[in-house]
Design a protein around this ligand. Structure first.
Ligand code: GLY
Ligand code: MN
Ligand code: MN
Length: 453
């Protein structure tokens, strides 16, 4: 339980993003990294899997994302490798034939998309079709074919390979296992002779270290979400409803270009400040309580994840301040220690979790005189990226380019008092950059902002 991440789950160095990002559009529209970046990822995946099989990934269909109630959202693994954000697409990568021992190379890369459907386009707008003359230029794939050709092409590709790398397991907590099972069934139907292998781990390793373009998009998500929290700090007061604060925050980050929340907003006051997954947001806040706001937006597919805990009336009571400052002290201790070579989870002296836990367990007491470590009931960190809980091996060392949260908390139901402080950090060669540093964290800064001075 200790390491369950929260949802369902200072050395501040800076990293100069030197890469040319000129091909990315201005903030506000959906921004995508240059198509060459996605091509490079596909080539690397073939190298990393040793070229001993073809790779097939399916994008989501409208039906996979409950399209009648929400906009289309692409399968994150598929988006990471293609940059393609339309439903019903398939990717096929075929390695070049190579002698044993030689490095594997990408041979063919084919994107399958549906052909024009004029009656459907009256509802959903013009779509790229495989026979459009700009299909290659707009997708970055050497070849774009009609989806109906996929089965024939896969059979042909399997004359030189007997293995198909594909998604056989779902992103933990995504609730999408049915999708991988469905797609694997499709593949077994098309190519019963092929051995299926899971592509999740090699892609997870690639996704752990962010590209300069991904870091730009995460920064945009963080900045918009910081503004949402600043707006909330000015609006929280006794009598405000939790859903009003959630709505204000969502409005704020979406008007800055975020497409949707990174996860269901959590605004929990009073006793509900101690309930980790509370997303009812249906209570009226009372004088003298705290409110935990775990709310953040997603920008062009990239998430942020930020929590602040506020005194509803603008002033922490002495007990609220005491607990808040212990959580802040734990966060600062972990932030100071975070750098390449450390670990997010338990790892002796190199474990950031232990640093935060030990701080909490050696400061303050509960109402029965017991140490507070037992009330830190979730993990300290998780990576963010295309998923709010991005794939990563928790036993992997931190490396420059990783982006993770830092989110200690203490939850005391008996006192109706929960405090979580959650920030997003980029690992850089000498330490970290606190991406959400514009958002106040100390008691004094928060009280000042809430008083409007
Ligand atoms: N908001 C999800 C999490 O903190 O992990
Ligand atoms: Mn988190
Ligand atoms: Mn969170």
């Amino acid at each position: 339980m200790q390491f369950r991440i929260l949802c369902k789950t200072l050395v501040v160095a800076t990293l100069t993003v030197a890469a040319s990002l000129g091909a990315m559009l201005s903030a506000g529209a959906w921004e995508r990294e240059p198509l060459s970046v996605f091509h490079e990822r596909r080539a690397r995946l073939i190298r990393d899997t040793g070229g001993d099989g073809v790779v097939v990934l399916y994008g989501y269909r409208d039906a996979d994302v409950a399209a009648s109630v929400t906009s289309f959202r692409q399968n994150e693994q598929f988006y990471y490798l293609t940059g393609w954000n339309e439903p019903d697409a398939i990717m096929l990568l075929v390695p070049k034939a190579h002698p044993p021992g030689a490095e594997a190379e990408l041979g063919k890369e084919i994107l399958y998309i549906p052909a024009h459907d004029p009656s459907e386009e009256k509802w959903t707008g013009p779509k790229l079709s495989p026979d459009d003359s700009d299909a290659t230029a707009r997708t970055g794939f050497q070849t774009v074919h009609d989806t109906s050709q996929f089965a024939t092409d896969l059979q042909a590709a399997l004359k030189g390979a007997s293995r198909v790398y594909t998604e056989l397991s779902a992103q933990p907590e995504s609730g999408e296992d049915y999708f991988q099972a469905d797609m694997a069934r499709n593949l077994r139907g098309i190519a019963p002779q092929a051995a299926l292998a899971d592509v999740r781990l090699p892609v997870a390793h690639m996704r752990a270290v962010k590209s300069p373009g991904e870091i730009v998009l995460i920064r945009r998500a963080v900045e918009a979400s910081v503004d949402a929290h600043l707006a909330a700090m000015k609006a929280v007061k006794p009598g405000a409803w939790e859903y009003q604060i959630a709505a204000l925050m969502q409005y704020t980050f979406e008007r800055e270009g975020c497409e949707w929340p990174s996860y269901p907003p959590i605004v929990g006051s009073g006793f509900f400040s101690t309930v980790l997954h509370y997303d009812g947001n249906s209570r009226q806040m009372q004088d003298g309580e705290v409110v935990v706001m775990d709310v953040a937006g997603s920008y062009s597919g990239y998430t942020s994840d930020i929590t602040r805990t506020l005194p509803v009336n603008g002033h922490f009571t002495p007990r609220q301040r005491e607990i808040y400052e212990i959580v802040l002290g734990a966060q600062n201790a972990a932030l100071e220690a975070a750098k390449p070579g450390m670990y997010m989870g338990r790892h002796g002296v190199k474990g950031l979790y232990e640093i935060a836990y030990d701080y909490i367990n050696t400061h303050g007491k509960d109402l029965h005189g017991q140490p507070l470590g037992q009330y830190f009931i979730h993990g300290l960190s998780h990576p963010i990226g295309l998923n709010v809980h991005d794939p990563l091996d928790y036993n992997q060392e931190l490396q420059p380019g990783m982006v993770i949260t830092m989110e200690p908390g203490i939850y005391l139901p008996e006192e109706k008092l929960g405090v979580r402080i959650e920030d997003d950090i980029l690992i850089v060669p000498n330490g970290i950059e606190l991406l959400s540093r514009r958002l106040p964290r100390t008691v004094d800064e928060i009280e000042k902002l809430m008083s409007g001075k």
